[in-house]
Design a protein around this ligand. Structure first.
Ligand SMILES: NC(=O)c1ccc[n+]([C@@H]2O[C@H](COP(=O)([O-])OP(=O)(O)OC[C@H]3O[C@@H](n4cnc5c(N)ncnc54)[C@H](OP(=O)(O)O)[C@@H]3O)[C@@H](O)[C@H]2O)c1
Length: 336
């Protein structure tokens, strides 16, 4: 079997760590793995398949003799370093927002638009995590019944902001339970025992960047410039896995039974619906698994041809590392 020389840029981050375990768990054909991060992490040791690998510095020269780069630093760093990786002959699967809306760069969710991988010019973008988690279940519904618009309300975990988000929630929770005021560090407001509007920049139309990404990225991935989307993105005190309430309008009448039948065998989707036990998708159960959990499927009472549903998905896995490794699998010829 052909094997590939892989580099993870941002290997010490929340997503980078999951990239290492996902490559291992999915038995990706790795010939060699190199881990890059900032100077702060140089010399740190991380395990891959039982072997300790030493973290190296992310530099322009670090991409020699590399086939695939899984990039998971910041958008600014990706803009700076991804072109060097492409110049060195590697293909970059970029988890940052740097290239997602670049018309030259395919934006791929393997369950939705795997064919777009073939159009790359060296860089393939991994979509925003909230977008991926919504689109895995919405795509089969769009194909079957035609979605005209949807409203998404998110409940986003702190690890979506980076490894530091986990530390900040834990620290503040301990402080509040000990009767002390929560110490704010990177989040703009206390996150322990609180909920606040997503911590991304607000644009001229009043929507924050996360909300705007859900609109623009969905249109690009679905190849549908007309689908209408309004999102409200919110950070909640959950360590891992984003949840979303989705209110979807179709071009024709659709029943909850039809939605269940369509989603029952959809790739990457797991139905979680036990009304008697009030057991529906929850971040605690979505965390650590690759599927998006879907439930609370019901006729929407606001839209004429509407369906409401609730989803939870691990944004570090399907929303980031797993989706990136699945893209790499497409590159090496494995079908989704
Ligand atoms: N977290 C999620 O759920 C999620 C989901 C989808 C997409 N993303 C995107 O994925 C990317 C990484 O997110 P994350 O949550 O993993 O962030 P993170 O936990 O903060 O990790 C950031 C990574 O980038 C490295 N880095 C930072 N500054 C650097 C520098 N100057 N030079 C070299 N490396 C540097 C860090 O290395 P050090 O450890 O050495 O600082 C670390 O490995 C972001 O673009 C984010 O928007 C995240």
């Amino acid at each position: 079997m052909k094997t590939y020389r892989v580099v993870i840029a941002g290997a010490t981050g929340a997503v980078g760590a999951e990239m290492i375990t996902t490559l291992e768990q999915r038995n990706f054909p790795v010939a060699s793995l190199r881990l890059l991060a900032s100077t702060r992490s140089v010399g740190k040791k991380l395990k891959f398949k039982g072997t300790e690998l030493v973290v190296e510095e992310l530099t322009h020269a670090a991409f020699q003799n590399t086939d695939i780069v899984l990039s998971s630093t910041s958008g600014t760093l990706s803009k700076e370093f991804s072109p060097s990786a492409v110049k060195a002959g590697a293909i970059v699967v970029d988890n940052t927002s740097a290239y997602r809306m670049d018309p030259q760069v395919p934006l791929v969710v393997p369950e939705v638009n795997p064919q777009d991988v073939a159009t790359h010019h060296g860089i393939i973008a991994n979509p925003n995590c909230s977008t991926i988690i919504a689109l895995v279940p919405l795509w089969p519904l769009h194909k079957a019944f035609g979605i005209t618009r949807f409203i998404a309300c998110t409940y986003q975990a702190v690890s979506g902001a980076g490894a530091w988000g986990i530390y900040e929630l834990e620290q503040q929770t301990r402080e509040v339970l000990a009767g002390k005021p929560a110490t704010k560090q990177k989040f703009p407001h206390p996150i322990a025992f609180n909920v606040f509007s997503h911590n991304s920049k607000i644009g001229a139309n009043g929507y924050n960047e996360e909300e705007t990404k859900m609109l623009n990225e969905t249109r690009k991935i679905f190849h549908d410039a007309h689908i209408m989307i309004s999102a409200t993105c919110v950070r909640v005190p959950v360590f891992r896995a984003h949840s979303e309430a989705l209110h979807v309008e179709f071009s024709q009448a659709v029943t909850p039974a039809q939605v269940r039948a369509t989603l029952r065998h959809a790739p990457g989707v797991q139905l979680v619906e036990n009304e008697a036990a009030n057991h529906f998708p929850m971040p605690l159960e979505a965390a650590g698994q690759g599927d998006v959990l879907v439930g609370r499927i019901r006729q929407d009472t606001a839209f004429t041809h509407g369906i409401a549903l609730f989803v939870s998905g691990d944004q570090l896995l399907k929303g980031a590392a797993l989706n990136a490794v699945q893209i790499a699998e497409l590159l090496v010829g494995k079908q989704p």
